[in-house]
Design a protein around this ligand. Structure first.
Ligand code: CTP
Ligand code: CA
Length: 228
């Protein structure tokens, strides 16, 4: 009943969401990763689907069940995540919630690295493509609304405002990932939502599912206000 009668204000819209960490190979058995659980990105995907959007969720390795009604594209590396996002375009909405590894190992070993008595290997790193900046760039395929996340410590708002401009996205959802906040891997989040038009909202100490629901509602309002 509730399902059938639920309003679907995002019906006809395609939302592309990234979530989770990426894993960057060192050799066939080892990788560089980060502490992202994917909880926030998966919750955003679920919230957008619940409002009627067609949702493609490009996710790094996570220990979560696939959200209902969402097409999940599993990836491991940043390069794979970018390719999967490009392949999923066009989209009306892009939400970059993944904690993409900033660096990969340049020339990962094809065989397992062995201790050879010569001391530990030096890993040379190469910078990964910036998926958010790439999809934010002006062009015919740019989604109408591009939303980034920002994991910051210290002066969260100042860093996040600068990051939004640098990336070229419309909104940025910034959270404080200082270890004391327990954000990474936890179930709750406190965020600043910073928009290109200067509007800023602060949502404090909410379940990640509630942050997702509020973000989805803000997205509905945005499209409803004819700002597209
Ligand atoms: N992001 C991305 N591709 C990358 C790095 C980041 O798409 N290679 C996205 C994230 O999904 C997030 C936003 O960019 O939406 C900000 O990520 P963050 O790590 O906070 O920013 P960086 O630009 O990587 O800056 P830094 O880690 O140095 O603060
Ligand atoms: Ca980063």
């Amino acid at each position: 009943f509730a399902q059938r009668d639920a309003p679907r204000p995002l019906a006809g819209r395609h939302a592309l969401v990234t979530s989770g960490p990426t894993h960057e190979a060192i050799d066939p058995v080892r990788y560089i990763a980060n502490r992202s659980s994917g909880k926030q990105g998966h919750a955003v995907a679920a919230a957008l689907a619940a409002l009627g959007a067609r949702v493609t969720l490009v996710s790094g390795p996570v220990r979560l069940t696939d959200p209902a009604g969402v097409t999940v594209v599993p990836v491991e590396t940043a390069a794979e995540m970018l390719a999967a996002c490009r392949a999923a375009l066009p989209a009306d909405i892009f939400v970059a919630a993944a904690a993409v590894a900033d660096w990969r190992v340049d020339g990962a070993a094809e065989q397992k690295l062995k201790k050879d008595g010569g001391g530990p290997p030096a890993l040379r790193l190469a910078e990964n493509p910036d998926i958010l900046a790439t999809l934010s760039a002006p062009g015919p395929e740019r989604p109408a609304l591009v939303i980034g996340f920002a994991a910051e410590t210290n002066d969260v708002q100042t860093y996040a405002r600068a990051k939004r401009q640098r990336k070229g996205c419309d909104w940025i959802v910034a959270n404080d990932v200082s270890p004391a906040t327990g954000t990474f891997g936890g179930d709750r989040n406190s965020v600043h939502v910073i928009r290109a038009d200067g509007q800023e909202d602060i949502w404090t100490d909410l379940p990640k599912t509630e942050v997702a629901a509020r973000l989805a509602t803000a997205i509905v309002d945005h499209f409803g206000n004819g700002k597209i």
